[in-house]
Ligand binder design. Sequence first.
Ligand SMILES: Nc1ncnc2c1ncn2[C@@H]1O[C@H](COP(=O)(O)OP(=O)(O)OP(=O)(O)O)[C@@H](O)[C@H]1O
Length: 194
Amino acid sequence: MVYAAEFDPLCYPGTTVLINLLDIRDQAELDEVELALFLTRADEPLPAGELDYRHYLGLHRHLFQDVYGWAGQARTIRIGKASSWFCYPEHIASEMARVFRELGNPDRLADLDGGGFAKHVAHIVAEINAVHPFREGNGRTQLTFLAMLAEHAGFTFNADMLDRDRVIQAMIDSFVGSEAPLEALIEDIIRQSS
Ligand SMILES: Nc1ncnc2c1ncn2[C@@H]1O[C@H](COP(=O)(O)OP(=O)(O)OP(=O)(O)O)[C@@H](O)[C@H]1O
């Protein structure tokens, strides 16, 4: 998805196309190739880690390593979507540290029932979205991480329930103050493993 951005040294000069490892300069073609490469990486075993910020960066690096040289690194310019402007780049590291402190020990997620998990994790995903640590690939990293958290907690992540429009609307709602739609969405996509 193309961002409103300040002058961006990560783009080919005079364009909004991100400089990429494949040197594709057409946005539609880049979208298509980026998605295909992402899907291939998402299908591989995901990097192991502590479900902390370091792990989150490694996850983005894994998913987008074929497309962007900066995969796994936080952005350095301010970006926004529609009327939402995300965290100033200089505050990303401290804000992500705060969000992961709020997440707490991931092993404790297994103590929660579906409703409790959905409420807690909706808040965490909403906060990660409000920070938007990467120049591109935030939505896909968020959902992949959500699936990892669900599985870690013993839930099955029912990806078929992920309706793109519903996800984006829930994220926008969370940005403007209501986490309830995101919570309901998460509750719908997890089901207790037997
Ligand atoms: N207006 C908005 N306000 C807040 N968050 C938004 C808004 N529009 C989209 N989002 C969130 O930002 C994500 C998109 O971020 P980004 O483009 O970095 O991720 P992506 O993985 O490249 O794209 P996508 O999620 O569209 O496939 C969406 O998935 C949604 O979670």
